[in-house]
Design a protein around this ligand. Structure first.
Ligand code: ADP
Ligand code: ZN
Length: 730
C-alpha cells in the first residue's frame, strides 16, 4: 500500500493507450493518490489514465510532464488494480486493455451536474397520434426511470419536437435532476420466501459463507426449477443485511426482465442493471453509484465484473457453464474464472449456479477446491420432464422435412389441450447451405472460408463469421445457370415453414437473435409467449436460457446430433448441457408434467444415452476420466495461438517460426502443435493459422508463453492472439 503522492513526486500512470507499460509523470498541484483517475498529456494528446503507483525512475526528471488534472471520480481501489493486473497476467492481455474494461463509464470524470430528464405524468394527451403513442410506450418500457431527450426520441424513433409537444400537452414532465441518483435501497426482509427441502440447508450454507467474510467458491447444482435462484437470493439478502454489495452475473440479462421482477417482488426494488442494452446515462450513473456504495445489488452481463464496487460482498455466476461467459474478441477472458479471481482478491464468496455445470467446476468441486451444494428435486409439485429419443433412421423423412411423426403427434396433442410446444434447432436463418443444382457450387463468403447462410426474413445471404451479406443471386456465380439455386438443410426459419404447413391452425413464434431489431423487442416477444401468445415456439439456443414458459409442456429437439459433429474437445459436454437445459424448459409449473423428445440418428451414442438416462454424475465421471487420460483440461492446460494476416505465406511462416522456437515451452514440459490452418481458415479477408500449446496442470504456462512469443519478430500486418483455456477452436 502506497500513500499519497506530494506535488511534483514521480508517479506511474497506466493509460488506456496500447503502450505496454506504465509511464512516469509528475504529481499535480495538490498531489494525488494511488488509484486516482487522471488526465495526462501523451504526445500532442490528452488521455485518461490511473495513478498506478510510484514512478519507475529511469526517465530524465527534467523532461517529466505533469499530470494535468485529477478527475472527479472515486479512485480505483487497490483490489481492483490487483484484479486487473492478475487478470492481465492470466489471460496475457496487455494491462491497458484491461483498464479499458474497467473504465467504461461514459463521461467519467465530468463534474456532477444536473440534466434535463423526462418521465410520464400519467395524463393522456388530448390528441394521441401514433408517434406520440410510441413515445409513451418507450417511457413505459423504461419502467418509470427518467430519460434524456436524446435517449427518448431515439428509442421511440421520433424527432425531439414530438417529445416537446407531449411536454406542452402535459403528458410528460420535464425536470432538472442531478445527473446520477443513488439507486433505491433494497430491503432484504421485504418479502421473504419460505424455503423447502434441500433449499434450506443450501441457503444456510451460502448465508454462512457470506457471514464468514472471506473467500470461498461454492458450486450450486440443481435441475432447472429446483430453486437455485431463490437460494442464492438468500445469500444476496445476507449481503444486503451486512451493508455490502452483491453482484449477480446472468448470461442473457438483456433479454429477460423476469429476474429483475423477481428481485423487486422479494426485496422491494430492482437491482441496477449493467449490459449492452443499458443507456449511456444509466451506465454512467451505475458506474459512479457502484463506486460510492450507492448501488447495493447489480445484475449484469460479464463486463459487470469490471465495475468499481466499493465493498463487494458476494459474486454469483448464474448458468456458470454458459458459453457466452467467454469473451471471444479483444481481451479473451472467461467471466466465470474472473469472477472467482475477483472474489478471491476481495475476500468474499463466489457462487457458481447451474443445472449442468462446466466440467471444470464439477472437477473443482469433486477435488474439494470448491464446496458443492445440491438441490435434488424441482420446487413444489413441478416434476422433471420425461425424456425419450426418437430414432430418425427408420423415419425416412423426405428431404425438406425434419419433424418426425411421433413428434408431430405430440405437438398436435398439446395444441388440442391449449399447451405450448417448443421446437429447438440451434441454427439461425433459413438454410445453412445454398447450392446450385446445375453445377453443385455452394455459395461462400467473399471474405471468409465459410458458407453463406440464407436468411429469408432479411432476404439476404449472411456470413455467420463476419456478418457480410449479399442478395440471393438469380444465377449461379460459378456456372451462370439461372433459377437453380436451392437451399439445403434446415434453419429455424425453414423449420417454421414446415410447422406452418403441418399445423396450419397453430400460432407460431420464432425466437432467434437475428429476427429482432433490438433486445427490447425480443424481450417483449418472450414475455408475450410466456403469457400464452403462441402454441408452437421455434427457437435457437437463446430459448435454452432462464426463460420461464408456464404453459410449455413439450420440448422437441430437432437434431440432437448437430453439436456432436466435429472434433471439439467440449462437443460432448456442450451437447449434454444444451439439450438438458432445453429439455428443462418443459413442465416447470405444477400440475403439468413435461415431455422432451430428442430426435437423433444415433440413439446409442453415449452422450445421447447420458442425456436421456439422466445419470448426470456418471456422465461427468466418464467425461472427466477421458480428459484425465488425455491430459486435457481441467487436468492439463491449453492455450490457443491464432495468427492472422492478409498475407497467407506470412502467417504460415510466422507460425512455423514459432513452432521451431519452442525452447521456452519445452523447458516447462509443454508441447506445441501446429501451425495448422484454423477450421475457418479465412475471416474478413485475413488468413488464419492456429497453434495449440498443451501443458501440465501445474506448469507456469503464461510466463513460458510470453517468453516464447517475445522471441519472434512479428510482421506489422500480422495479428497474434493468445487464448488461454480456449473454449472454441475455430
Ligand atoms: P432455478 O433457478 O433452479 O431454475 P428457481 O429459483 O427459478 O429455480 O425456481 C423455480 C420456480 O419455483 C420459480 O418460479 C420460483 O419462484 C419457485 N420457487 C422455488 N423455490 C421456492 C420456494 N421455496 N417458495 C416459493 N417459490 C419457490
Ligand atoms: Zn464472411
Amino acid at each position: 500500500m502506497t500513500g499519497r503522492f506530494a506535488e511534483g513526486a514521480r508517479v506511474g500512470v497506466l493509460t488506456t493507450e496500447p503502450l505496454g507499460r506504465v509511464l512516469d509523470y509528475r504529481a499535480p498541484e495538490g498531489g494525488c493518490d494511488p488509484g486516482d483517475y487522471v488526465v495526462v498529456p501523451l504526445g500532442p494528446r490528452r488521455v485518461m489514465g490511473v495513478v498506478w503507483g510510484p514512478g519507475e525512475g529511469g526517465f530524465d526528471a527534467a523532461k517529466l510532464r505533469g499530470i494535468e488534472r485529477v478527475l472527479d471520480a472515486a479512485p480505483m481501489r487497490e483490489e481492483m488494480r490487483l484484479f486487473l493486473a492478475r487478470a492481465a497476467d492470466y489471460t496475457l492481455t496487455p494491462l491497458p486493455a484491461m483498464l479499458r474494461l474497467a473504465s467504461r463509464a461514459p463521461g467519467l470524470g465530468e463534474p456532477p451536474a444536473v440534466r434535463r430528464v423526462y418521465r410520464a405524468s400519467g395524463h393522456e394527451p388530448a390528441r394521441l397520434t401514433e408517434p406520440r403513442q410510441r413515445v409513451l410506450d418507450a417511457l413505459a418500457a423504461y419502467g418509470g426511470a427518467p430519460v434524456t431527450l436524446a435517449e427518448l426520441s431515439a428509442e421511440a424513433g421520433v424527432t425531439s419536437s414530438v417529445v416537446k409537444g407531449l411536454v406542452k400537452a402535459g403528458a410528460i414532465l420535464e425536470e432538472e435532476a442531478p445527473r446520477d441518483l443513488p439507486y433505491p435501497p433494497l430491503d432484504p426482509g421485504a418479502a421473504p420466501v419460505r424455503l423447502e427441502g434441500d433449499q434450506v440447508a443450501a441457503a444456510e450454507a451460502l448465508v454462512a459463507a457470506v457471514a464468514a467474510d472471506s473467500y470461498s467458491t461454492t458450486l450450486l447444482k440443481g435441475v432447472t426449477g429446483s430453486g437455485k435462484t431463490e437460494v442464492y437470493l438468500e445469500a444476496v439478502a445476507e449481503c444486503l443485511r451486512r451493508g455490502r454489495q452483491a453482484l449477480v452475473l446472468l448470461p442473457e440479462i438483456a433479454l429477460t426482465s423476469e429476474f429483475l421482477a423477481r428481485v423487486e417482488a422479494r426485496f422491494g426494488a430492482r437491482p441496477a442493471e449493467w449490459h449492452s442494452g443499458v443507456t449511456a446515462t444509466e451506465r454512467r450513473r451505475l458506474w459512479r453509484m457502484v463506486s460510492e456504495g450507492q448501488a447495493q445489488f447489480v445484475a449484469g452481463a460479464r463486463s459487470a465484473l469490471f465495475l468499481p464496487f466499493r465493498d463487494l460482498g458476494l459474486v454469483v455466476v448464474d448458468e456458470e457453464h454458459d458459453t457466452s461467459y467467454k469473451q471471444e474478441e479483444g481481451a479473451l477472458y472467461n467471466a466465470r474464472d474472473m469472477a472467482v479471481l475477483r472474489a478471491s482478491i476481495c475476500g468474499c464468496p463466489a457462487v457458481l449456479a447451474s443445472a449442468t455445470p462446466s466440467l471444470e467446476s464439477w472437477v473443482n468441486a469433486a477435488q474439494g477446491r470448491y464446496a458443492r451444494l445440491d438441490l435434488g428435486a424441482r420446487f413444489g409439485a413441478a416434476e422433471l420432464p420425461e425424456m425419450h429419443a426418437i430414432d430418425l433412421r427408420p423415419e425416412k423423412l423426405p428431404a425438406n422435412r425434419w419433424i418426425s411423426e411421433a413428434l408431430a403427434r405430440s405437438v398436435e396433442a398439446r395444441i388440442a389441450r391449449g399447451e405450448q410446444s417448443l421446437l429447438f434447432l440451434n441454427r439461425r436463418g433459413y438454410a445453412p447451405v445454398t447450392i446450385c443444382r446445375a453445377c453443385g457450387h455452394q455459395i461462400g463468403c467473399d471474405h471468409c472460408d465459410a458458407r453463406m447462410v440464407e436468411h429469408r426474413f432479411q432476404k439476404r445471404l449472411v456470413c455467420h463469421q463476419c456478418g457480410a451479406t449479399k442478395p440471393m443471386p438469380e444465377a449461379c456465380p460459378s456456372c451462370g445457370v439461372e433459377g437453380r439455386m436451392a437451399p439445403v438443410g434446415p434453419g429455424v426459419e425453414r423449420l417454421a415453414e414446415e410447422v406452418a404447413d403441418r399445423f396450419p391452425q397453430a400460432r407460431v413464434a420464432v425466437l432467434s437473435s437475428d429476427l429482432f431489431g433490438s433486445a427490447r423487442a425480443l424481450k417483449e416477444q418472450i414475455a408475450a409467449i410466456a403469457e400464452g401468445g403462441a402454441d408452437i415456439i421455434i427457437g435457437t439456443q437463446i430459448v435454452a436460457k432462464g426463460h420461464n414458459f408456464p404453459l410449455l409442456t413439450l420440448v422437441g429437439v430437432i437434431d440432437a446430433d448437430l453439436g456432436l459433429q466435429g472434433s471439439d474437445l467440449r462437443a460432448a459436454e456442450r451437447t449434454f448441457q444444451l439439450v438438458r437445459q432445453v429439455a428443462g424448459r418443459a413442465g416447470r409449473s405444477a400440475g403439468r408434467r413435461g415431455v422432451a423428445l430428442v430426435q437423433t440418428c444415433q440413439p446409442e451414442h453415449p452422450v445421447i444415452r447420458a442425456i436421456l438416462g439422466g445419470d448426470e454424475e456418471a456422465f461427468w465421471r466418464a467425461e472427466a476420466e477421458e480428459r484425465r487420460v488425455a491430459g486435457m483440461p481441467p487436468y492439463g492446460r491449453l492455450a490457443g495461438i491464432i495468427l492472422s494476416s492478409p498475407d497467407v505465406a506470412q502467417v504460415f511462416e510466422t507460425g512455423a517460426e514459432l513452432a521451431r522456437a519452442d525452447g521456452p515451452l519445452r523447458r516447462i514440459g509443454a508441447q506445441v502443435f501446429g501451425p495448422a490452418p484454423a477450421p475457418i481458415a479465412r475471416v474478413r479477408g485475413r488468413h488464419r493459422v492456429r497453434l495449440l500449446v498443451k501443458a501440465g496442470k501445474g506448469a507456469p504456462l503464461q510466463a513460458a508463453l510470453a517468453e516464447w512469443i517475445a522471441q519472434v519478430k512479428l510482421p506489422a500486418a500480422l495479428r497474434l492472439a493468445v487464448d488461454i483455456d480456449p473454449q472454441s477452436f475455430l
